[in-house]
Design a protein around this ligand. Structure first.
Ligand SMILES: [Zn+2]
Ligand SMILES: [Zn+2]
Length: 269
């Protein structure tokens, strides 16, 4: 008990991977908040009856309950997560939900965990490439989920052709709800603490698309923002010519490039 008293406020246990927060799988499907304060290291010390604003009264003084920071953080994570754009079927997936089937995907999983543990100190983002159906979108969604849960930072997930280009094109159409807002959309993605760009490098890009992509990548590079890409193409070959090689050279500096190839795992689902 003596040692317990000396523990720092943020000294959480291994059960919650030192985050103070635990995820209950499947609970979001019931419309519940899937995150709870750790039942081993936070809940036992909570004496506020889980009531907002999570204060306790001690000898006439108003103090923060031990759970307070964690409960406020969980609320913030939920708000960020709901606007992150992560695909429904990959929502709330965690590192252990990724089953590495071969050496390459095991290496990628290891780096994903390293990112989760060391962000924001980690400098290099990730460029994941390989044939379709090897779990690139799943793994990048997992990394984003881990980073949002652990750090409560703003993170966005976009499919480059389907969401990004289409959203931008809509802003040029008079009468559309987002008419004239292209720079807002671009700014939002340039400034997000973490950005996942899924399905990067669609073929037969128009000059406008190439320039738009370059601008996004370059803005994130300049601001030293953490970025994850997934692609079906080997960047060393496919992006050599894209925007005269400028995109590839940015990616090389921003990211660790990892291949994750293998058989299509969706066949086994
Ligand atoms: Zn814990
Ligand atoms: Zn409490």
């Amino acid at each position: 008990m003596q040692a317990d008293k000396k523990k720092k406020f943020n000294d959480f246990c291994n059960y919650c991977d030192k985050t103070g927060i635990v995820h209950i799988p499947g609970s979001d499907l019931l419309g519940e908040v899937p995150l709870i304060p750790c039942p081993k290291c936070v809940e036992p010390k909570c004496t506020c009856n889980k009531k907002e604003p999570f204060y306790i009264y001690d000898k006439g003084e108003i103090l923060d309950c031990f759970c307070r920071n964690i409960r406020i953080k969980i609320n913030k994570i939920n708000r960020i997560y709901n606007r992150s754009g992560i695909d429904k079927k990959f929502r709330w997936k965690r590192i252990n939900d990724f089953k590495a089937e071969n050496k390459l995907s095991n290496e990628a999983k290891k780096y994903a965990y390293e990112i989760a543990k060391t962000f924001p100190r980690i400098k290099k983002g990730l460029f994941l490439w390989g044939n379709p159906g090897t779990g690139k979108t799943l793994l990048s969604s997992i990394i984003l989920t881990e980073l949002i849960i652990r750090n409560a930072v703003e993170g966005k997930f976009i499919k480059i052709s389907r969401t990004y280009f289409n959203r931008l094109k809509a802003t040029f159409v008079e009468g559309s709800v987002t008419y004239g807002q292209s720079s807002e959309i671009e700014k939002e993605l340039e400034n997000a603490d973490i950005l996942v760009i899924d399905d990067f490098g669609v073929q037969r890009d128009s000059p406008w698309e190439q320039e738009t992509l370059y601008n996004l990548v370059d803005a994130r590079y300049e601001a030293e923002k953490f970025t994850i890409f997934t692609s079906n193409n080997n960047p060393h070959i496919s992006f050599k010519e894209l925007s005269d090689g400028r995109i590839l050279s940015r990616i090389k500096e921003m990211c660790r490039i990892m291949e994750i190839s293998g058989k299509d795992y969706r066949e086994n689902l």
